[in-house]
Design a protein around this ligand. Sequence first.
Ligand SMILES: Nc1ncnc2c1ncn2[C@@H]1O[C@H](COP(=O)(O)OP(=O)(O)OP(=O)(O)O)[C@@H](O)[C@H]1O
Ligand SMILES: [Mg+2]
Length: 389
Amino acid sequence: MISIHGLTKRFGDFQALAGVELEVPEGSVQGLLGPNGAGKTTTVRVLTTLLEPDAGEVTVAGHSVRTAGHLVRRNLGVSGQYAAVDDKLSGFENLTMVGELYGMRRSQAKARARELLRDFRLDDVADSKQAGSYSGGMKRRLDLAGAIVARPPVVILDEPTTGLDPRGRRDTWDAIESLATSGTTVLLTTQYLEEADQLADKIAVIDAGAIIAEGTATELKAQAGGAWIDIVIAPGSDGAAALAAARRTAQDAMLDERSRRLTARATGGSDAFRAVLHALADAQVDVAEAALRQPTLDEVFLRLTGSTATEAGAEADSEAHDDGAGDADVRDGDSRDSDGHDGERSPEPSRARRLQTTGSSERSGDAAETGATESPDGEPDKTSKVVVS
Ligand SMILES: Nc1ncnc2c1ncn2[C@@H]1O[C@H](COP(=O)(O)OP(=O)(O)OP(=O)(O)O)[C@@H](O)[C@H]1O
Ligand SMILES: [Mg+2]
């Protein structure tokens, strides 16, 4: 239903899209997952005919964005990264206007607006208030409702829940799920693995303008090495003793001394978690927080690219690999031996998988535990490459 083949786009000398490949079958929900600056919105802008591609074949419902833009737009509903609603109109007026723009009769448009306002839990403010007075989450939901007024067969949602509170996110997820149930083909971009996990049948991971991995959430998490043990050592407890205890019981144990965060691979799930907690107790280490958690987007990226999603040009600027004591650098499945120390590191540039991003501050906690650094200037490195095995 959506087909993207060899899509490239440059802005000046910056290669924003470097050969995107994506096929979205009819009736499926496709997640496009990537950090800031990965190329999600640029892809969406090409799909919605707002931006002309430099090269590549892009079709929506069988129509080329180059040669049949009007047919693409007729088949498409879009909710952009920033809600586009008319602040002066009420929610009801906004949706009615959209319906009329799509060629509905006024009575039809009004009925459809009512239906959507109910679905998106906006009916109590729909008439009395101008949309300008709505909260960010309410505007977002109104914008999303606007995207589906005309029941388009394909809906594209660019970061539909960024900036929403948990309730707003839940409501939006519900709305997207009901869209999917109705047979609509959905492409949604997100920075959150759990969101893609919740909503998408398949996830494509985009990085530096190219798709670097595809699969279900479970497959991607498995590629990232499965679940992790995440423990914060209580102040006053001995970090070195904690690390030694964790290393005796679990693989890939690491300690970030600054945050006192100890992480290790939870091979075997909760058994491994219990074993580490027992080992820490035996070593007289007090624990402030403890969790068994699924890999984050950062860890998926780390596995796929050798860098976390929060890591940027700093690493890519230097060809120097570390001395084996740190963990910030290339860390892929076959580069470590079973006791958690780095094994053979791969010095040749072709295996130095990298990710350039503009950094995503909410993930900085994850960056700390993997030893990654924030981009100093947010400027993506234009020369480094992502090599996917
Ligand atoms: N009009 C433009 N001119 C120059 N550079 C641009 C333009 N639009 C996008 N870019 C650059 O292209 C890259 C990809 O941007 P894009 O907006 O597609 O990222 P994104 O994945 O949507 O990120 P975010 O999660 O922050 O929305 C970024 O480095 C961005 O700075
Ligand atoms: Mg974007």
